[in-house]
Design a protein around this ligand. Structure first.
Ligand code: AMP
Ligand code: ZN
Ligand code: FE
Ligand code: FE
Length: 312
């Protein structure tokens, strides 16, 4: 049964975004695109939201591929933004959900601040950004980028990120986010499995310091995303060493954003052995399995769906 994640098939892509955050396809469209691209398993990992899970699970069941519920949690380590993938956690866990609310609310006011600054120099208003954001979606710079593109200020998202939306572009505002350590604790507390996303985009010297990585591992960090188009070659060598040394799982993924980024579904994939380990580490999945098949397919439509959709 495709609804049981343990029956997964390869190829496996564990990092994608839908319009619930800053991807351009709905969760349903994304899962159908994943099946069309030949994937056997896809995880939806929208930024700071689980609102796409129900639709994605339903579509996966329709097209006969395995859906892994996930998320990319925003965290901050000093001035550095650190993305943390989270898999198979309880989408009704109170402490985690409360923190996600705070992050999404902070993202919204941060985006308003950036748009107010940009509006002094360019023909751009908050309504333009709202027009490019799905209702209830986690707002990010990509939505501001889309508004700038439609106003003709920049040609595409990448140009916006390279200039006006860059941290040193003159309009940037950081987001509110918990520390990576609190992120790991929250994810584990919700029965989920934390994996550091694209940890080597700034090369081997940009990887989180060893002493702090060890604290994350002690708190339950399970793995590192190794194969990702933005990890550098020397960074990947270092990530393999770290995984060997600390017994971490290594994953590979596309970080697909639909038309919003050049990344293609399945351009990097995760081994079945790595996914087995992630499934085995999920306390939430273990609990759901104990409760029977109903609870697993309950990832699709259940009482908590309304709550996690925030009344949308
Ligand atoms: P934010 O979280 O609001 O600061 O925005 C960061 C998000 O924008 C990340 O999730 C990236 O996937 C996305 N992003 C970063 N650079 C680009 C780019 N050049 N083109 C499109 N999306 C990007
Ligand atoms: Zn993104
Ligand atoms: Fe990321
Ligand atoms: Fe991502």
């Amino acid at each position: 049964m495709a609804d049981d994640p343990r029956d997964f098939r390869a190829p496996i892509d564990l990092h994608t975004h839908s319009s619930v955050s800053d991807g351009t396809e709905s969760p349903d469209e994304l899962v159908r695109a994943a099946a069309g691209a030949g994937l056997g398993t896809v995880a939806l990992t929208d930024h700071d939201s689980t609102a796409g899970w129900a639709d994605a699970a339903e579509a996966a069941s329709d097209v006969g591929i395995t859906f892994i519920p996930g998320m990319e949690l925003s965290t901050r380590y000093g001035w550095k933004s650190v993305h943390m993938l989270a898999y198979l956690f309880d989408p009704a866990d109170e402490p985690l959900m409360a923190e996600l609310e705070r992050i999404r609310e902070g993202r919204r006011s941060r985006a308003e601040t950036m748009v107010a600054r940009l509006g002094l120099d360019y023909d751009l208003s908050w309504d333009d950004v709202v027009a490019h954001t799905a209702p209830g979606a986690t707002v990010g710079r990509p939505h501001i980028a889309d508004a700038l593109v439609s106003r003709g200020v920049v040609p595409d998202r990448s140009a916006a990120f390279a200039t006006l939306l860059h941290p040193r572009g003159g309009y940037y505002e950081p987001i509110y986010a918990p520390t990576p350590l609190d992120g790991v604790r929250l994810i584990r507390g919700a029965g989920g499995v934390p994996v550091l996303a694209h940890p080597a985009t700034r090369g081997r010297d940009g990887i989180i310091q060893d002493f702090y990585l060890q604290r994350l591992i002690d708190a339950g960090l399970a793995g590192l995303e190794l194969d990702h188009r933005e990890n550098t070659d020397d960074g990947k060598v270092a990530l393999r060493d770290l995984a060997d040394r600390y017994g971490l799982v290594l994953t590979g993924s596309s970080d697909y954003h639909g038309a919003g980024k050049p990344n293609r579904l399945g351009e990097y994939t995760t081994s079945p052995e790595a996914l087995e380990r992630i499934l085995a580490e999920s306390a939430y999945l273990a609990r759901a399995l104990e409760l029977g098949a109903e609870a697993i397919s309950g990832l699709r439509r259940d009482a908590s769906a309304d709550r996690r959709l925030g009344g949308r």
